[in-house]
Design a protein around this ligand. Structure first.
Ligand SMILES: Nc1ncnc2c1ncn2[C@@H]1O[C@H](COP(=O)(O)OP(=O)(O)O)[C@@H](O)[C@H]1O
Ligand SMILES: [Mg+2]
Length: 233
């Protein structure tokens, strides 16, 4: 059994008379420690998949296996515990607490789990050792996103889920953030899943899951993922 498996997963939305199928029989597997890209255009159902994997949303049908457990069977209380202890999230617009420093933002996450990483060391690992006491407004977009990554990583989560993490960043800053995420997988053994609409990012991943119109269209393994430094997009 793979580390993560989605099996025949469906998510439907009812708006008045019409039913929108956001995820239509989604199937894929992911191995521990992989860097995965879920690729697809806007509306393809990518965020829905990510939110279900992270216990932020629930599916209507199908299995969501994480490290041997089907979280689709979890009740609300179990899902809260799962989100808190096992998942790190990184969003397009960082979602930092504006009146807390970089260090305090990371502590907010590390304080809620038992086996957290050291907040200062985690910030140092993303190159922010000199910015510990800065507030988000004093940091660039790329630096804020690195704080958000540190906040997610400090929980030492089973999976790191990133929804369009470079969507608000310029080209070079985006590459720095991708490098950090690739290093998390390669050097720390973290399982990192990145959702993006940018097909040019696909070569950096160990596994690429392509989505279109609520379905998985293909799943490919890159035997030799490209280094970010060599990436042109
Ligand atoms: N809360 C919701 N209510 C109704 N429709 C939704 C809701 N969330 C997502 N959808 C629809 O589900 C589809 C997939 O959305 P989403 O997973 O956000 O796609 P992506 O992240 O690939 O852009 C879209 O058609 C979207 O409009
Ligand atoms: Mg989305």
């Amino acid at each position: 059994m793979a580390y993560i498996e989605m099996k025949h997963s469906y998510k439907r939305y009812q708006t008045g008379e019409t039913e929108i199928i956001a995820n239509n029989d989604i199937n894929f597997e992911i191995e521990k420690g992989e860097l995965v890209i879920i690729l697809g255009s806007s509306g393809a159902g990518k965020s829905t998949v990510l939110n279900i994997l992270g216990g932020m949303d629930t599916n209507d049908e199908g299995e969501v296996i994480i490290d041997g457990v089907n979280i689709a069977d979890y009740n609300a209380k179990q899902l809260t515990k799962y989100r808190r202890e096992d998942v790190g999230f990184v969003f397009q617009f960082y979602n930092l607490v504006s009146n807390l420093t970089a260090k305090e933002n990371v502590e907010l996450a590390s304080e809620i789990v038992a086996d957290a990483l050291d907040p200062v060391e985690t910030l140092q690992s993303v190159g922010l050792g000199k910015r510990l006491n800065n507030f988000p407004a004093q940091l660039s977009g790329g630096e804020q996103q690195r704080v958000a990554i540190a906040r997610a990583v400090a929980k030492n989560p089973k999976i790191l889920l990133c929804d369009e993490p470079t969507g608000a960043l310029d080209y070079n800053t985006g590459k720095q953030v991708l490098q950090i995420l690739q290093d998390m997988s390669r050097k720390q053994g973290a399982t990192v899943i990145i959702v993006t609409h940018n097909g040019a990012l696909a070569p950096i991943a160990d596994r690429v899951i392509r989505m279109h119109d609520a379905r998985v269209k293909s799943m490919d393994i890159n035997e030799q993922p490209q280094d970010i430094a060599a990436l042109e997009y």
